[in-house]
Design a binder for this molecule. Structure first.
Ligand SMILES: Cc1ncc(C[n+]2csc(CCOP(=O)(O)OP(=O)(O)O)c2C)c(N)n1
Ligand SMILES: [Mg+2]
Length: 128
């Protein structure tokens, strides 16, 4: 996170996009696919990234609805043009994966299919 202050110090015209789903979404998705408990992958508390950016001299913005996207990006780019870095935090859905994503895990990784995943884990020494 200290790069925020450095970027402000150096007047960098850059924007960070943070996609915050308050989860380690992919691992949680795999836990679900494997019928495991979804342990340690979901967080009730996460930093307010926009505020965090503000405290370090950057412009911090938060997007919670699609109609806020354009305004936030316009503001971020306007700040960038003046040499002020910006961070835009998008609050996004936890799992928004297409059906092909499940097929990929099943066919390539053997996840969610009894026996197959365990065999693969043994062969490769893990995953992720
Ligand atoms: C350097 C490294 N460490 C650990 C992992 C294992 N890993 C894969 S996805 C993931 C969690 C990613 O969480 P996030 O960035 O919030 O993305 P999301 O899955 O929610 O889209 C982890 C720890 C990895 N791929 N690379
Ligand atoms: Mg995440």
């Amino acid at each position: 996170m200290m790069e925020l202050a450095t970027a402000a110090e150096q007047n960098c015209g850059i924007t960070w996009i943070v996609l915050n789903n308050q989860a380690l979404g992919w691992p949680q998705y795999i836990q679900g696919l494997e019928g495991q408990a979804t342990a340690g992958t979901e967080f009730k508390v996460s930093p307010d990234f926009a505020k965090l950016a503000e405290t370090q001299g950057c412009v911090g913005l938060r997007v919670s609805k699609p109609e806020e996207i354009e305004g936030a990006l316009t503001r971020a780019l306007r700040a960038n043009r003046k040499g002020r870095p910006a961070l835009v935090e998008f609050r996004i859905a936890k799992h928004d994966y297409p059906a092909q994503f499940t097929r990929y895990h099943q066919e390539i990784w053997g996840l969610g299919l009894p026996g197959k995943a365990a065999k693969r884990r043994k062969a490769t020494g893990g995953g992720g």
